[in-house]
Structures are given as C-alpha cells and as structure tokens.
Design a protein around this ligand. Structure first.
Ligand SMILES: [Zn+2]
Length: 192
C-alpha cells in the first residue's frame, strides 16, 4: 500500500469508526438529544463534536505589529497574526502565548482579550489577545517562513491569511487612533 499524500488539514470532523472500539459508527439522533451524532451501537459511545478554538495575539513592539509568513497550508506564503489551535489542558492565554512563541520566537506580555470571532461555517471560534513584545528579537519556528514587525503603512493587506486576521488588524488600527482598545465580539458569516 503506498502512502497517500496529506489531503486533509485538519482532518474531517465526522468519524467513520468508533475511536473506543473500532466499530463503524452510525449517524443518528441519540435518545434524549435533538441533533444527529456519530453513535457506536457496539460500545454505546456517542462522539460529540464541538467547535474548535483558535487562539492568537496582536503582538506590538514600539508601535509596530508582528506578522508571520505562513510556511504551512492552508494559506501558505501569506501573512498572519500568530495564532493556532488551542491544545487540551491549556488556557486561552497560555495557548496564545505558546503560539506566538512557536510561530515567531517573540516573548510577549499578554494584555486583555481583544477580538472574539465566531466562524460558524468552519465550526471555529477565534480569540485574539492584545500583547506587548518584551523585546524586538524574533526567531520564527518551522510553521513560519519569516516573522517581522510592520508599521501600519506597510501592512500587506492584499496578502493576509484569514478574515479573522484582517478584521482584528482593522479593529486594532482603528482603536489605536481612537485611543481605546476593544474587546470586539462579532461573527464572520461567509467562508474566510
Ligand atoms: Zn464503540
């Protein structure tokens, strides 16, 4: 059997087999529930699926904003704020700090929650924290081709990774002009 290329990232959310016992799952409404789930009729496991949380930061050093050029799909070679999927067992603040360090090498002091963005069409919630870099040093990890601080006028608006990044940056720059920072809660209702 030849290795198949990786065509799914992240993997599809609907399971074919029970992760507890390996029996094919069936999709139906369990008793007492009101929506379809992946149910295992062999061991009784109900495999609930819930939205995933993406956590990130808006890291700033001397008024300039940190962006990373993605070395991975989706959106390879586009610029993003540092962010990624929250891991089990961590807080949103820990996840945001970890992703920032992993993707850019920047050590940051977190400020408050800045944007909370529902992205229901991909079953995600994105949460960005304000963040102050503790120094100008950057050391991008394997997920980034490059990391650098941008002046407002240099931000590559035509080559940003995701609408959550675009809208978070827009809010940030607007708020900075007004002198008061968020938080902003909103929903993106079309695919980004
Ligand atoms: Zn099972």
């Amino acid at each position: 059997m030849s290795a198949k290329p990786i065509t799914y990232f992240p993997a599809p959310r609907l399971a074919r087999y029970c992760s507890q016992c390996g029996t094919p799952v069936v999709r139906r409404v369990p008793e007492g529930d009101n929506r379809e789930r992946d149910v295992c009729d062999n061991c009784g496991a109900i495999h609930y699926q819930n939205p995933r949380v993406v956590v990130g930061t808006v890291p700033v050093w001397e008024g300039r904003i940190l962006l990373c050029r993605r070395a991975i799909e989706p959106r390879y070679d586009t610029w993003t704020l540092p962010a990624g999927f929250m891991e089990l067992g961590e807080t949103t603040a820990q996840g945001a700090t970890r992703e920032t360090l992993e993707e850019s090498g920047a050590r940051v002091k977190l400020g408050g929650i800045y944007t909370i963005i529902d992205v229901p069409q991909v079953d995600q919630v994105h949460i960005y924290h304000l963040a102050e870099a503790l120094g100008p040093e950057l050391d991008p990890g394997p997920e980034s081709l490059e990391a650098r601080y941008y002046d407002e006028a240099e931000i590559p608006w035509d080559n940003l990774s995701f609408r959550t990044v675009v809208t978070t940056l827009r809010h940030y720059l607007e708020d900075r002009r007004r002198g008061g920072f968020g938080p902003h809660y909103y929903s993106l209702d079309t695919p980004h």
